[in-house]
Structure formats: C-alpha cells, structure tokens
Design a protein around this ligand. Structure first.
Ligand code: ZN
Length: 487
C-alpha cells in the first residue's frame, strides 16, 4: 500500500471505533427503525430521560408495560424525586427501581396500592388504567376509566381501537405508552385522524418553482415512496396539527404530511423567476463535510479540518442555491454522522451525487491536492466510471482554484465511497499542516473559491459525462464556463 492510504484521514478510521453518543441520545434502538410508527415520540422521551430501552440497544416496543414501569415514566415526566426508598408496600422494596416514584405518586393520589397491602409492581397495565393515570397525573379531569378515556380521545392523545371501542381492558405496550405520554407532554404530537373538523388552519405552500411532497406518514420514505401528492406554489392547505417538523394537512380530501417549513399563513406572491426555470431540479447533490463533532479530523496551524471543510461545503451549497439543483448536506453543524449514515444519506434523501470534502495532514511534510473514487471490480457502488469522471473534474477545478501540487486522481477503498449508492468522490483540498497549503486553507476568500470550484466541477461532470447541456447556463452563476472534456 502506498503511504497516502495510511495518512489519509486517520480520523476516518478512528471514528468507526469511537461510540457515537449523539445517536445513542436520540434513541437509535436496533428494533426502532426510522420508519417505526412511534420513532419520533420514543426519541422525544428518550432525549428527556423519561423512557429508556430495555437494553442500551433494544427498546422492545411490543413488551407490555408494568405498573412499576408506568409509575417510573410518569414520575420522570412530572420531574418527581425518584430516589429509591421504603414504600410501605410489602411487594415493593426500597431497592425497586420505581420505589421513589411510587411513593411520590401515591402521595399525590395519582396511583394507589391494593387493600391487601400490595402494589403489584409487575402487574401489566391496561389501557383503562393508563387513561386514569395520565388524567390524574396531568390534571386532565378524568375520574374513571370511561371519562378518562374520552378526555384522552378528545384531546388527540389517544385513539380508539379499530372496533371503535377504547380497549379499556387491553394491556398497553411500551410503544403505545410512549406515544400517549409524548402527546400528553407536547401537543405537537397530537393527531386526530378521521375527524375532518380538526383541519382548521389555512396555510399556503411556498416552494418557488419546485413542488412540495405530501406524504402518507411524517417521515421521508423513497423506496417504496410514501409521496401521495405534489403540491404547488401558492396552493392552500388545511392544517390540523404539527408533529416535529411535519404538518398534518388536508388538501382536496386527501390527508397527509408535509414539511412545515414550506407553509406560511399569507398567500405567497407568484413564483419568483429562478433562472433558468427549473433546469436541474431533478438533481440532488449530497455535500458531505468530513468529520465533525468529537472527530476534528486533521489539524495544523490552529485550524481543524472539520471546520474548514464545513465552511467550504457551505460555500459550495451557496452556489447551488442560485440554481434549481438541489443540495442536501450530511451535516450542517458541528456534529458527527457515522460513516454508514453518510454513505446511506443519498439513498435515504433522494441524492444523485455525493461529494465528501476533506483536508489532509502529514507531519508538515507533504502538500498538494488529490481526489478519490472507489474502483473495485466487486464494487458495492456500481458507479465506478461515473465516480472516476467526477473525481477527475473535481481535481481539475481544485487545481484551477488553488495552484497546489497535483497528487492525482486515485483509487480509494473508503467506506463513504464503497458503501455509497450514487456516483461518489472524496476530495482532499490540501494539507492543513503544510506551510504552502495553509495559505489557501486559512483564507475565507480562498475557501469560497474552493466551494466555487467544487460547484463548477459538479456542473462539469453533469455537462460532459451525463450530457446535461441544460445546466450550461448555471456556469454564469459563478462567472465561468464549462471545462475542457477531461474524462
Ligand atoms: Zn478527512
């Protein structure tokens, strides 16, 4: 192996080992995928330390909730003192994980024991008992299982069973309990499907010359797609509620979810002319600023790779924002998406092209620029030729922007390239610990010029390799024109 393989982004390798605390904190359980119906509510409660997994890796959503667990979760929701202590119940010792919350909730008359002096902490909770518990704990007004259930339904906290009943005697499972608790704590989670009268607020779509995807669930699913309609600029919709970043809306008797950031209360003015009209709006470029968060990447002269690559990525995006070509970034702040998350990002968010931005370091003794593509025959990523061409155009423009040593277009067995699902390149703009290269890396003006170069290289790839002459007009955004054909 050549030396550069080793020196390239040592942090890329170490980041595989370092546990990703961000993912843990948001409740990324192996049995709660992104499409699980309760993933938003569970993450919300995990982040508030109200609910835990059964283990650090598994939430076990279908397990029934016990009275002890319910007491602990409600106690934490109310911010009660959970310090373990004697309870007075003969079947709840001071060592029981819920003992403190049980004492507090009994004192508040939210929950009570049985006449035989037991609390029965391991008894399964049913939906009727849950309704009463939530009503008493949050002072919603219910006094028995019947009126408590009705109040929860009226407030959009709980829904009935498919047979129309509330299911008072049905035991409740952890995922449902999480949903009800999240909706109790945060009205944004409340949803009342089936009742058209809840769509009370008129809002207007503001998407310029593109369209807004309306989805069957509050999540992005592309294969199979859950897009049920495409809404246009200025269209009026009726909003029922908001769940996280999603608005639950109705349009022409069709109900579904849209990204709420594209809605506004005033009817927007006619579509602003984007020049030229929507050429390339079928393309989504994924920009991947390397490293981030606990992984700084390379460093030199007081500069950290994670910061300069994010800065360049933002400059690159700013050029695309003047076109109809869409851009999504794997990170927009100082966070660390895992390498797998980066590699899967394009597939997940409908990306068509992947550009990972990096800077090198090697004991102050190397300098120059290079770009990488994954070239194995047994490629997981089949776009070998495309990725190579993309890498060629990248290095061409990088050389134009910063006149550093040309280390060449190289093959690289890198996870973000190998595991990707679209044409992918990784660029090393220069050596952050090189006295020569740092003159460019440290300068905001030069970094903007590098963002421009990566923008132009993307256009070059589409123009020459994919034959997208319709994108030629976008070179004017950066005062440039197509490169020579290089691939
Ligand atoms: Zn790097």
């Amino acid at each position: 192996m050549k030396k550069w393989i080793i020196l390239l982004c040592i942090a890329l390798i170490s980041s595989v080992i370092v546990p990703n605390s961000h993912v843990e904190a948001s409740g990324n359980f192996q049995d709660i995928g992104d499409s699980h119906r309760a993933v938003t509510e569970i993450s919300y409660l995990v982040n508030k330390n109200i609910i835990n997994g059964v283990t650090s890796t598994h939430f076990v959503p279908d397990r029934e909730v016990t009275r002890g667990e319910a007491a602990a979760m409600i106690g934490r929701s109310l911010g009660l003192n959970g310090t373990k202590r004697d309870t007075g119940f003969k079947d709840v010792g001071a060592g029981n994980m819920a003992s403190g919350y049980i004492v507090e909730l009994v004192n508040k008359k939210v929950i009570s024991g049985y006449s035989d002096g037991t609390f029965r902490p391991n008894a399964k909770l049913n939906r009727g008992e849950m309704a009463i518990l939530i009503n008493r704990a949050f002072n919603l007004g219910g006094t028995n299982s019947s009126n408590s259930a009705q109040i929860l339904m009226d407030k959009g906290i709980a829904q009935g069973m498919t047979d129309g009943s509330f299911g008072t005697n049905v035991t409740i499972i952890r995922s449902d309990f999480a949903v009800f608790l999240a909706r109790t704590l945060n009205a944004d989670f409340r949803v009342q499907s089936g009742d058209t009268s809840i769509f009370k607020t008129t809002q207007y779509v503001n998407v310029g010359s593109t369209t807004l995807n309306m989805r069957s669930k509050p999540q992005i699913t592309n294969s199979p797609s859950n897009v049920i309609a495409k809404l246009t600029h200025g269209q009026a919709v009726s909003v029922a509620s908001y769940t996280g970043n999603w608005a639950y809306i109705k349009v022409n008797n069709l109900k579904g979810y849209v990204d709420k950031s594209y809605l506004q209360s005033k009817k927007p003015s006619a579509v602003l002319p984007i020049l030229p009209p929507a050429a390339g709006n079928d393309i989504t470029v994924i920009i991947d600023p390397g490293h981030g968060g606990s992984d700084p990447g390379a460093d030199g002269f007081g500069f950290l790779e994670k910061n300069v690559v994010l800065n360049v990525g933002n400059h690159m995006k700013a050029y695309f924002d003047k076109t109809a070509i869409q851009v999504k970034m794997t990170r927009t702040g100082d966070t660390f998406p895992s390498l797998t998350e980066r590699a899967q990002f394009a597939g997940k968010y409908g990306g068509d092209l992947f550009v990972s931005i990096h800077a090198n370091a090697f004991n102050n003794s190397a300098n120059g620029q290079e770009s990488f593509y994954y070239s194995s025959r047994a490629a997981t990523n089949p776009y070998t030729n495309q990725s190579k061409a993309l890498s060629i155009y990248m290095l061409g423009r990088m050389q134009e922007a910063w006149p550093l040593v040309n280390r060449g277009v190289k093959k690289g067995n890198l996870a973000v390239l190998r595991q990707n699902t679209v044409p992918a390149t990784l660029v090393e703009m220069g050596f952050i610990d090189s006295a020569t290269d740092i003159k460019y890396i440290q300068s905001e003006t030069h970094r903007k010029n590098m963002g421009r170069a990566l923008f132009l290289a993307t256009l070059d790839y589409y123009y020459h390799y994919e034959g997208r002459t319709d994108l030629a007009q976008y070179y004017s955004v950066a005062g440039s024109s197509p490169s020579k054909r290089l691939h």
